[in-house]
Design a protein around this ligand. Structure first.
Ligand SMILES: Cc1cc2nc3c(=O)[nH]c(=O)nc-3n(C[C@H](O)[C@H](O)[C@H](O)COP(=O)(O)OP(=O)(O)OC[C@H]3O[C@@H](n4cnc5c(N)ncnc54)[C@H](O)[C@@H]3O)c2cc1C
Length: 369
């Protein structure tokens, strides 16, 4: 089949590799001008590890494994460690491979068969599904017809909006925003990943390999902003941290101005009753974002991509049957991940000084300090 994949993130790349290796013609459209490989280390957990093995990717992933979460400590305003984030608090386990997002993206890009077409700097503008195929108009003005369209364009998916309706119908805001900012000046031999809280805010540094990333999180009701306007996102972030001078908060805020690839997003889940309509199907965050608090977004991207590719092969042309079987296999993983978030926001970003002290006390009492 001739298949369009919208979005070249973890889900889009994984499904492109899997579909193309089964003989489908695959075109990937990515809004950015290049593969967006930045981001902090992410986890591949549970059955997603088996999926990576079946896709022939596990060896390359294991070679690039990092163990960042073992080194994470909460610090006070002077930088003194006050409590350690124990592995069990964030669901870490033996069947968990942590890898830099850029390394995972590169493993996937390297695995793309050469006949996969990538259209950078473009996006689906409209879709018309006439039952026999899908006519797509791109923002560039180009048009093309595909047998199927896979929406893998993330939390703020355009394909989902065009086919299922506005994001507000499906998004559940968990009360937080997150940003990751490159910190070239922080690279060094220090192995500690410090996290500093003040009420409703977290500022931290994640070090892995030869990289250092600033993490900024804050509590807020939903904020209306343009997902494509990086300057607007930087302003929201700078304003949220502007009044606090302790620890390295001012340095992290300064770094926001200098990062051309800054990642900023709301911590929101996506809940849809169905992930397919006609010849269009959603995978990854576009279908069922669980948020970084679940630690399972990339695992879900892998299982969903692989189940979809397997079921399309098994259904031999009956895409509706394939979409239904993909959803039936994927749904339990999604429910588990979305439910696992629990009180993760209170652990990472307590809302008062009292709650911060109580969290630290609890972690010390469990022997984690
Ligand atoms: C730059 C970046 C950094 C991230 N860093 C982290 C992190 O540090 N920790 C974490 O837990 N999660 C992070 N995430 C989210 C994480 O990658 C996902 O939750 C998970 O891997 C599921 O992947 P996905 O492919 O469904 O979504 P995503 O990884 O978000 O990928 C979606 C892709 O679709 C593209 N896209 C969006 N709209 C369009 C459009 N209209 N047309 C074409 N393409 C479009 C985006 O540019 C992106 O490449 C990050 C995401 C991005 C984009």
């Amino acid at each position: 089949m001739n298949i369009l994949v919208s979005g070249a993130g973890m889900a889009g790349l994984a499904v492109a590799v899997d579909l193309a290796s089964r003989g489908h013609g695959v075109t990937v459209v990515e809004r950015a001008s290049h593969f967006r490989v930045n981001g902090s280390p992410i986890d591949i957990r549970g059955d997603a590890i088996q999926v990576a093995a079946e896709m022939g990717l596990l060896e390359g992933i294991r070679e690039r494994r990092v163990r960042m979460t073992e080194l994470t400590q909460f610090v006070d305003g002077d930088g003194t460690p006050v409590a350690r984030l124990p592995l069990r608090e964030i669901g870490d386990s033996d069947d968990d491979v942590e890898i830099a997002r850029e390394d995972l993206a590169n493993v996937l890009v390297d695995a793309l068969p050469p006949d996969v077409v990538i259209r950078f700097r473009d996006s689906v503008e409209s879709l018309v599904d006439d039952g026999a195929g899908v006519d797509v108009r791109f923002e560039s003005g180009d048009t093309a017809r595909f047998d199927l369209v896979v929406g893998a364009d993330g939390q703020h998916s355009t394909v989902r909006r065009l086919v299922f309706g506005p994001e507000s119908d499906y998004a559940r805001h968990l009360g937080l925003y997150i940003s990751l900012v490159d910190l070239p000046g922080e690279v060094g031999s220090d192995r500690l990943n410090p996290m500093y809280n003040y009420p409703g805010h977290l500022a931290g540094i994640a070090r892995y390999q030869d990289r250092a990333l600033g993490i900024l999180m804050f509590r807020s009701e939903p904020i209306a902003y343009d997902y494509r306007d990086l300057d607007a996102q930087k302003k929201i972030l700078v304003d949220a941290f502007a009044d606090h001078r302790a620890w390295k908060v001012p340095d992290l805020v300064d770094a926001v101005h200098d990062d051309p690839e800054l990642y900023f997003d709301s911590v929101s889940q996506i809940h849809l009753p169905t992930w397919h309509r006609g010849r269009v199907v959603l995978i990854g965050d576009a279908a069922h974002c669980a948020t970084g608090l679940s630690g399972r977004g990339t695992s879900l991207a892998f299982t969903g991509a692989h189940f979809l590719a397997e079921e399309l092969e098994r259904a031999a042309g009956d895409h509706t049957a394939a979409f239904e079987r993909y959803a039936a296999r994927q749904r339990p993983y999604v429910e588990f991940a979305q439910n696992s978030v629990g009180d993760g926001a209170d652990l990472v970003v307590p809302s008062t000084w009292e709650a911060i002290a109580a969290r630290d006390e609890r972690l010390r009492a469990t022997g984690a300090a």
